[in-house]
Design a protein. Structure first.
Length: 394
């Protein structure tokens, strides 16, 4: 067999093994409020205890939280401390690797349902999970007994190692050549005390490197997220590490759930809906995206309505100019784009009111981990109430 054919067969075997993936089925910018003085380690520990009276080692959490703020050069202010406390308390009740009720049972059920939709290949994958490495200690048994997201993550890693070994591809896998494929199939995508986006953490880790990340490097970031300090390191950065322009923390909390600038972009959708009369989903995504966060070429409902509105109001923007500006929607600079400013001015001219700068996105959240009705709005409002209690504490 020729070398290219051997490679193709090997690659096919590896991809088939990866089908045994885990499935765990979320006008000008207003001025920021003046920040209060830092509360210190003892004060932060007290605020943590007030938020979660049964927390283990509140002083340890306080030391790590203040250190994280210092490492990121964020002010150790009451506002920043309370914002972090509110998110941690909401997401994990101050547990570094929180247990999820019935996680193993839910994961197994979701996986079986997914694979049985593909009768032949699905049954092969389930048989692989039920019998490998052995019937007594199978991957499915490990999934079934999982209590935390880390338990599922470690099972996935074991399956990746098994698949690469069977396909004789250990070297190329460990070198990181399949990192994107492996991460796309790892359904454990938000982890730790702040339920940080793993993709966000990996993107940040890559910024600090000049060499590509190996698989071991990727796993090291995931391991860090399960620790108390690491979970806060990336979580606080995700929460506070960008200039939002918001006048209220409420919108920053909504962004934490829906993505950076989602609240600002939901306001843009509301402006477009008001001016055009077209009903739009206020989800904070002006374009459509794939699983990796890359903008797709197809025209979203928001972009289609915007094209018609631009022509109707004679905004002087071509379809390509509209697309170019919309591609900046995940960045602070979008608020200075010609499109954003034209919409703001058109809204004020036709309604006599200042255009809204931020609106909480309306997104329904679904996951086996969620036991009751949850939306981005409910999440943001709940976290904001925790934040306000923290800020008011004496």
């Amino acid at each position: 067999m020729r070398q290219r054919e051997k490679w193709d067969v090997t690659l096919m075997k590896f991809r088939l093994a990866l089908l045994a993936a885990l499935t765990l089925a979320p006008g000008a910018a207003p001025a920021l409020a003046q920040q209060q003085a830092a509360p210190g380690i003892g004060g932060v520990a007290r605020l943590i205890t007030l938020a979660e009276p049964k927390v283990a080692d509140p002083r340890g959490w306080a030391v790590d939280l203040l250190d994280v703020l210092r490492q990121h050069s964020f002010p150790q202010s009451r506002e920043n401390v309370c914002a972090a406390i509110a998110v941690i308390d909401q997401e994990s009740s101050f547990v570094a690797d929180p247990a999820v009720p019935n996680l193993g049972t839910l994961s197994e059920k979701a996986m079986r349902q997914k694979f049985l939709k593909v009768p032949i290949l699905g049954r092969m994958a389930l048989n692989f999970l039920d019998r490998t490495p052995s019937p007594e200690d199978s991957y499915m048994e490990r999934i079934r007994s999982a209590r935390t997201e880390r338990d599922l993550d470690m099972t996935w890693r074991a399956m990746v190692a098994d698949a690469s070994s069977r396909a004789n591809m250990g070297f190329v896998v460990n070198a990181g050549l399949f990192n994107t494929l492996i991460e796309e199939h790892n359904e454990i995508s938000t982890v730790g005390s702040m339920q940080v986006s793993v993709k966000f953490a990996l993107d940040e880790a890559r910024k600090r490197r000049w060499l590509p990340m190996t698989l071991e490097d990727t796993y090291a970031v995931r391991d860090d997220l399960y620790s108390r300090h690491g979970g806060m390191y990336y979580g606080v950065l995700q929460l506070l590490g960008y200039d939002s322009g918001y006048s209220q923390k409420l919108y920053r909390f909504a962004d934490y759930n829906a993505g950076r600038y989602a609240s600002r972009n939901a306001a843009v959708q509301q402006i477009i809906a008001t001016l055009s009369g077209v009903k739009l989903a206020l989800d904070g995504d002006l374009l459509t995206y794939d699983k990796t966060g890359k903008a797709l070429p197809r025209v979203s409902g928001t972009e289609a309505a915007l094209r018609k509105l631009a022509a109707k109001l004679d905004l002087g923007l071509t379809n390509q100019q509209i697309r170019d500006d919309l591609l900046r929607e995940k960045d602070q600079s979008f608020a200075a784009s010609r499109l954003f400013l034209a919409l703001r001015d058109a809204y004020q001219a036709r309604t006599g009111k200042a255009a809204p700068f931020a609106v909480v996105p309306q997104i329904a959240l679904a996951s086996p981990k969620i036991k009751r009705r949850m939306t981005t709005s409910i999440f943001a409002e709940t976290v904001n109430r925790r934040y306000q209690r923290c800020m008011a504490a004496r």
